[in-house]
Design a protein around this ligand. Structure first.
Ligand code: C5P
Length: 397
C-alpha cells in the first residue's frame, strides 16, 4: 500500500485497517511528505508490518524495492497526489514507493486526491491517461465534495469502502467479459392513490449483490429496480429506477436488445389497482373491495419472445412445495434456470442467510447453502459462465 503526501493520508489509516480486516497482508510504503501527515508508527500498528519510506533504508524482510515489487499481488496507492501521479506516469523512481511501482507489473488501484484545479489541469489528466495506457490501473474517484481548502469540488479522495470495492473487484476472475446482463431487482409499487401503495417486503439485496459480482466478473450490467431500494449501488453498474410492474416491463423491453442474459430477481407485484385515483381518497370513501387487475409477468413475456436468443434466469420464492413450483415456473416461463428458495414471514426477504436450489432446463439441479447473498451471487455468476449466450448473439471468449 502506497501513501502519498496529502491531507487525505489520514484516510489511508482506515483503509489499511479495512484491508487487514479483509485478510490481506499489507506492507505500507510512504513518501517522505506522507510521514508529515501520518506517523509511520500508526500504519505499523494497524498492519503489523514495517513501514517503508526511504529507498536507502536498510531492507527489512520483503522491504527491499526489488523483493517488494515481486512479492506484491496488488498495489493500492491512496492518496495519489499530483506529484506522485506525475512520477509514476513519467517512469521516475526517486523514492522507495516510486521504485517499487516502476519494478512492479501487476494490477494497481489508485485513489487520486488533490485540489480541484490540480485535478482538472491538462497536465494531470494527460499523466493519468498515460498511466492508464501503460499499466493495469483501476482509478477510484476522486469524488466531488469538501476539500482540505474548505472549498467544494472534484478532488476529494474516494472513501476507503469505495477503494476496498475496487480492490475486491480486481481479485474476481473475469469470466463474464463481453457479456451484457440485464437484472430486475427489488419490489414494484402499485398506487391505489397518491398515498397508498401495494408492494412487498423485497429489499432488492439479491439483485444488488448480483450486480456487484457480475460486474466485477467483467460483464456490463444494467439493473432495472423498484423504488427506494437500500444502497449500496456499485460503481460501474448502470442502475435505472422504475415504480410499477408496467414501468419495469417497459424498461426491460428498452434494454433487452443490448443484453445476452436477463435475470429476474425482482419481486414484481402480481396485481395492481384496476382504477387508481389521482387524488387522495378519504378514509370514509374507501371501498374496501378495491378491484384489481393482473400485472404483466415480465419473465413470462421475455421468455416467450427470447427463449431462443437470450439466457433467461428466474427466481422462485415459495413458502411450500418450493421445488415443484420452481420446475413448473421454469417450463411455463421458458427459462434456462430458476433459483428456488423458501420464504416466509421471517425468512428470505432481506435475510443474510440464503438457502436455495438451482434448477436447470435439462433437469439437473444443485443445492446451495449460502451464508450470504454475496455467496449466492458468486454461485449465479459461476452458473452464467456455463450458460453461454445463444444464437444471434456475438461470440464470446
Ligand atoms: O410467478 P412468480 O412471481 O413466482 O415468478 C417469479 C419469477 O418471475 C421471478 O424471476 C420474478 O422476477 C418474475 N416475475 C416477473 N413478473 C411478474 C412476476 C414475477 O418477471 N409479474
Amino acid at each position: 500500500m502506497g501513501i502519498g503526501g496529502g491531507i487525505a493520508a489520514y484516510k489511508a489509516c482506515d483503509l489499511a485497517s479495512k484491508l487487514v480486516q479483509a485478510s490481506h497482508e499489507v506492507f505500507p510504503v510512504m513518501t517522505d511528505s506522507a510521514t508529515q501527515f501520518v506517523a509511520p508508527l500508526t500504519l505499523r500498528a494497524l498492519t503489523g508490518n514495517p513501514v517503508g519510506v526511504k529507498s536507502t533504508d536498510e531492507p527489512v524482510g520483503t522491504l527491499s524495492h526489488v523483493k517488494m515489487a515481486h512479492w506484491a499481488e496488488m498495489l493500492v496507492i491512496a492518496p495519489l497526489t499530483q506529484n506522485l501521479l506525475a512520477q509514476l506516469s513519467l517512469g521516475l523512481s526517486s523514492d522507495l514507493l516510486t521504485l517499487i511501482f516502476q519494478g512492479y507489473s501487476g494490477p494497481s488501484v489508485v485513489a487520486p486526491a488533490m485540489e480541484s484545479e490540480m485535478w482538472l489541469s491538462p497536465q494531470t489528466q494527460t499523466r493519468l491517461e498515460e498511466l492508464k495506457r501503460a499499466r493495469v490501473v483501476s482509478v477510484v474517484g476522486p469524488n466531488t465534495g469538501r476539500l482540505a481548502s474548505g472549498r467544494s469540488g472534484p478532488g476529494r479522495m474516494a472513501e476507503p469502502s469505495e477503494i476496498m470495492n475496487a480492490v475486491w473487484s480486481l481479485t474476481r476472475p473475469k469470466t463474464l467479459q463481453g457479456r451484457v446482463i440485464l437484472i430486475t431487482a427489488g419490489a414494484t409499487w402499485e398506487y391505489f392513490d397518491p398515498v397508498r401503495i401495494l408492494t412487498n417486503p423485497s429489499t432488492g439485496t439479491v439483485g444488488l449483490s448480483l450486480s456487484r459480482e457480475l460486474s466485477a466478473r467483467g460483464a456490463r450490467v444494467i439493473v432495472v429496480h423498484g423504488p427506494r431500494m437500500e444502497e449500496p449501488f456499485w460503481p460501474g453498474v448502470e442502475y435505472q429506477e422504475v415504480v410499477s410492474a408496467k414501468d419495469m416491463l417497459e424498461a426491460v423491453e428498452e434494454n433487452i436488445s443490448e443484453a445476452d442474459t436477463l435475470i429476474g430477481a425482482a419481486a414484481v407485484s402480481d396485481f395492481r389497482p384496476a382504477k387508481p385515483f389521482s387524488e387522495k381518497q378519504k378514509k370514509e370513501q374507501l371501498d374496501l373491495l378495491w378491484p384489481m387487475t393482473a400485472n404483466p409477468d415480465i419473465m413470462s413475456e421475455m421468455g416467450a419472445k427470447y427463449h431462443d436468443s437470450k439466457v433467461l434466469v428466474g427466481f422462485a420464492a415459495e413458502t411450500d412445495q418450493v421445488l415443484s413450483a420452481a420446475k413448473e415456473k421454469l417450463l411455463r416461463k421458458h427459462l434456462d434456470a430458476v433459483i428456488a428458495n423458501k420464504v416466509g414471514p421471517s425468512r428470505g426477504f432481506g435475510d443474510s442467510e440464503y438457502e436455495a436450489q438451482i434448477i436447470l432446463r435439462e433437469g439437473a439441479s444443485s443445492h446451495l447453502h449460502c451464508s450470504s447473498k454475496e455467496e449466492l451471487a458468486n454461485c449465479v455468476a459461476d452458473l452464467l459462465g456455463t450458460l453461454r449466450p445463444k444464437v444471434g448473439q456475438k461470440s464470446y471468449p
